[in-house]
Design a protein around this ligand. Structure first.
Ligand code: CO8
Length: 260
């Protein structure tokens, strides 16, 4: 697999994906989006990876948005195609068969904030800044921002951020629920890896079923949602890890999950 702007590293059962265009503050051009798409093919099919971390290269930015130089001269059809590409890749992250943590060091703007929101969990450094500055550039958020921001922080705050284009700092992002945790910059990756390791210590198939039930359930009414939960709950009983987890509890010993 030949990647130009994205790095993929594995550490035990954890994968670290780095968006690697530091000179452009890791801005997402179509080449980078296609790299992320290719990395998702690998992650989806690698049964030894139980959790994923996405970060930006360098400390200044997670991702400073979609690439403005690439978008500047697009016509309506091309703009729509670029939006569809970003949305397709981000939806793949959101529905990936393992949890994804965004480790946000600095700017997470526009497509960068949208990338972080497509992840399951966001950990921010104290220096991180979030925002959707698109309206100031003459466009709407186009990689899911109009949809996911409102789902995460509520309609009022999402509309305020999107209409004003104001950036918010990490402490405000924590207050409104946009991030799960704020840590000193020097501890960011350590904290992200510790959380990934904690997730990876649980039964991987059960974690995957939890993600599936939460993601699908949030989109439908409560009757359909609990039916989805029952379906995923039932599937767990067909796994060896369910037998192992419960047997280990009864035998008062450590669990040894096999992702089976
Ligand atoms: N695209 C392209 N290049 C960028 C981007 C970007 N989003 N952000 C930064 N860069 C480049 C700069 O042009 C600069 O390049 P060069 O050194 O060649 O001049 C380099 O990165 C460093 O940036 P700055 O010199 O601007 O660094 P500062 O410290 O002065 O400022 C900021 C940092 C505040 C982050 C500033 O770079 C900035 O405002 N960047 C743009 C942020 C932004 O508006 N992001 C939203 C983009 S739109 C978007 O994401 C839409 C998503 C949906 C698309 C749907 C398509 C249909």
């Amino acid at each position: 697999m030949k990647l130009k702007n994205v790095l993929l590293e594995k550490e035990g059962n954890i994968a670290v994906v780095t968006i690697n265009r530091p000179k452009a503050l890791n801005a997402l051009n179509s080449e980078t989006l296609k790299d992320i798409d290719a990395v998702l093919d690998v992650l989806e099919n690698d049964n030894d990876i139980y959790a994923v971390i996405i970060r930006g290269a360098g400390e200044k930015a997670f991702v400073a948005g979609a690439d403005i130089s690439e978008m500047k001269d697009l016509n309506e059809k091309q703009g729509q195609e670029f939006g569809i590409l970003g949305n397709k890749v981000f939806r793949r992250i959101e529905t990936l068969n393992k949890p994804v943590i965004a480790a946000v060091s600095g700017f997470a703007l526009g497509g960068g904030c949208e990338l972080a929101m497509a992840c399951d969990i966001r950990i921010a450094s104290e220096k991180a800044k979030f925002g959707q500055p698109e309206a100031g550039l003459g466009i709407t958020p186009g990689f899911g921002g109009t949809q996911r921001l409102a789902r995460i922080v509520g309609l009022g705050k999402a509309k305020e951020m999107i209409y004003t284009c104001d950036l918010i700092r990490a402490d405000e992002a924590l207050r409104v629920g946009l991030v799960n945790k704020v840590v000193p910059l020097e501890n960011l990756m350590e904290e992200a890896k510790a959380m990934a390791a904690k997730i990876a210590s649980n039964a991987p198939i059960a974690v995957r079923m939890c993600k599936d039930a939460i993601n699908r359930g949030i989109q439908v009414d409560i009757d359909k949602a609990v039916a989805i939960e029952s379906e995923d709950f039932g599937k767990c009983f067909a796994t060896e890890d369910q037998k192992e987890g419960m047997t280990a509890f009864m035998e008062k010993r450590a669990k040894n999950f096999q992702n089976k």
